[in-house]
Design a protein around this ligand. Structure first.
Ligand SMILES: CC(C)(COP(=O)(O)OP(=O)(O)OC[C@H]1O[C@@H](n2cnc3c(N)ncnc32)[C@H](O)[C@@H]1OP(=O)(O)O)[C@@H](O)C(=O)NCCC(=O)NCCS
Length: 157
């Protein structure tokens, strides 16, 4: 599938939220929490996960890049910058199920890394869930080295 990567526009947000919710099924901490504790505060995991990309768009809209094919949004990557630390972070990345396995995820990562370099940053970080086999394959193959594993806990109040 031929695709181009362009900067984010605010009117993309609803489409990015939809893509996020569709893409992250099975690979998001928010769903793990719901699996263990049930629906919380009247909101399911999709509601919470969709807010992540909205938060990214508020924090650093010029660091979100959108992949399009035939005018349809088929992927995106979001980034955050900590300029004092020289750190770029990739909090969210998604490619539509029908467009996966063709190198678009890798292209989006390379696009974000080029953006970080242009911004003069020193290093980049990205996280993935232990259950996310694709992330654990893709990120090392894009030059990231594993630096830590974290264990998440949650309880009802
Ligand atoms: C992660 C994601 C963005 C990758 O998008 P993509 O366009 O398919 O990525 P690419 O085609 O560039 O690369 C996918 C790589 O994973 C590999 N892969 C696919 N299925 C795999 C599996 N089950 N286990 C391990 N590796 C796998 C592919 O072979 C490819 O590697 P290669 O280039 O060395 O052959 C996409 O799978 C996605 O949206 N997943 C759901 C959301 C998500 O997990 N986001 C990241 C959160 S950390």
């Amino acid at each position: 599938m031929k695709s181009t990567i362009r900067p984010f526009h605010p009117e993309d947000l609803d489409a990015l939220k939809r893509l996020t919710v569709e893409s992250f099924k099975g690979v998001t901490l928010e769903q793990n929490v719901e699996h263990c504790l049930g629906v919380l505060n009247g909101h399911d995991w999709r509601w919470r996960k969709a807010r992540h990309i909205a938060d990214d768009a508020t924090a650093n809209p010029s660091g979100i890049f959108v992949a399009e094919s035939d005018g349809q949004i088929i992927g995106y990557i979001s980034t955050l910058i900590d300029r004092d630390a020289g750190k770029g972070r990739i909090p969210n990345l998604a490619v539509d199920g029908a467009a996966r396995g063709e190198g678009l995820g890798r292209r989006l990562i390379e696009h974000a890394l080029d953006y970080f370099r242009r911004e003069g940053l020193a290093y980049a970080i990205i996280e993935t869930m232990a259950q996310n086999e694709i992330g654990q394959h893709l990120y090392p193959s894009c030059g990231f080295v594993e630096v830590a594993r974290q264990v998440h806990f949650a309880r009802k109040l």
